[in-house]
Design a binder for this molecule. Structure first.
Ligand code: KG4
Ligand code: ZN
Length: 360
């Protein structure tokens, strides 16, 4: 039996969990700082770090207690060491190193996005690589081929704002506050998604000699070199289109229906995410597709992606909302597969704020 104690502090959740044999979550304690950051309309890094240092011991104690284990039962400590806010990451990394130093329990550094992808293993014991995954969170938008445990090929990423960031910025613009994603999701249910025709953002596809604009996921581009960037995303143009719409409606003295703006924006984001994903599924012949990250709890994205996967005749996986947003259980799952490979860190482990997926 293998018990992993996992620690996550990359952004505004202070979290600890105990995971047994890789996929069984014995405890998953999350102290969310959202209320604190709501006052400022977004995450304030300094405040996040201070809160992490205040809460981390308590959260770990609770995780061990809830799991009914003590440090003597723990085989490895897995901790998120990047990407994320450096001051926030350092709290978790320093804590994990201190426990490892004091007890001799081996240490494992985990990539935060790998954690998000691994969240899918928790409730789907049958899910194993290879599969394709879309990671959509506040800081990341990645389309990834998972060819084996811990082996990732990034097919596309955002060129500017992450999907969650776009949700948060648009929510602020229409007065919904932080965090925007869940709020837009909620009010969209009262709105008409066809009311406003916001653009489905285009990316500039790299060719041998120049950049050309193509509709996202345009399937008519064939050569490998020509297709570079085909699965990249861009959300800042969509965000600007929403802001322009709000301004022009205000100037014209027309009433703005927030629910329609939210629903139409959400539909535009969802359309792009689903279209890119299914183009990649077809090109790479993926048989299974998993979504991950905070935005993966969005009801429109879940429904549309599920329908698209059914249409392609492939399996669709998504985590429960609590495992979509930041948590330590997912870090414990990712840590377990590193443990099996013997990928341990030493006490020189440091926070790496811009750590790339697949790097160690
Ligand atoms: O994965 P996560 O907790 O943190 C990062 O690693 O970034 O993701 C947080 C992001 C926020 O931008 C939040 O607005 C978004 O996920 N989010 C949602 C929903 N729930 C959370 N976006 C759309 N719809 C939701 N239901
Ligand atoms: Zn995250």
């Amino acid at each position: 039996m293998t018990h992993i104690l996992a620690i996550e502090s990359s952004c505004d959740e202070t979290a600890a969990a105990v995971v047994k044999n890789g996929r069984s979550v014995l405890s998953n304690v999350i102290y969310s700082q959202i209320d604190l950051h709501t006052l400022y309309g977004g995450v304030v890094p300094e405040i996040a770090s201070r809160k992490h240092i205040e809460k981390i011991n308590q959260v770990i104690e609770e995780a061990l207690k809830e799991a009914g284990v003590s440090l003597k039962d723990i085989d490895a400590i897995a901790v998120t060491y990047g990407p994320g806010l450096v001051g926030a990451l350092l709290v978790g990394v320093a804590e994990a190193k201190a426990i490892s130093f004091a007890t001799g329990i081996p240490l494992i550094g985990v990539h935060h996005i790998e954690g998000h992808i691994c969240a899918n293993y928790i409730e789907h014991p049958e899910l194993e690589p290879p599969f394709m995954s879309l990671v959509v969170s506040g800081g990341h938008t990645h389309l990834v081929n998972v060819s084996d445990y811990g082996v990732y090929e990034i097919l596309g990423r955002t060129r500017d704002d992450a999907a969650g960031e776009a949700f948060d910025k648009v929510a602020r613009a229409i007065g919904l506050g932080y965090p925007g994603g869940p709020k837009i999701d909620k009010v969209s249910k009262e709105g008409n998604a066809e009311a406003i025709d916001f653009p489905r953002p285009k990316v500039r596809i790299r060719t041998d000699s120049s950049y050309v604009s193509k509709p996202t996921g345009s399937p008519d581009v064939k050569s490998g070199a020509e297709r570079e960037g085909e699965y990249d995303f861009s959300f800042s143009g969509l965000k600007s289109a929403v802001l322009n719409y709000l301004n022009s409606e205000k100037m014209a003295g027309r009433e703005i229906v927030m629910e329609d703006v939210a629903a139409s924006f959400q539909k535009a984001v969802t359309d792009v995410l689903v279209e890119h994903s299914m183009n990649a599924v077809r090109e790479y012949g993926a048989k299974k597709f998993a979504i991950a990250g905070g935005v993966a709890s969005n009801s429109s994205l879940r429904a549309q992606m599920k329908a698209a996967c059914e249409n392609e005749g492939i399996e669709f996986y998504y985590p429960s909302p609590v495992f979509c947003t930041d948590n330590a259980a997912m870090i414990g799952v990712a840590g377990y597969y590193e443990y099996l490979k013997g990928n341990f860190a030493d006490l020189s482990l440091n926070a790496v704020p811009n750590l790339r997926l697949g790097e160690r």
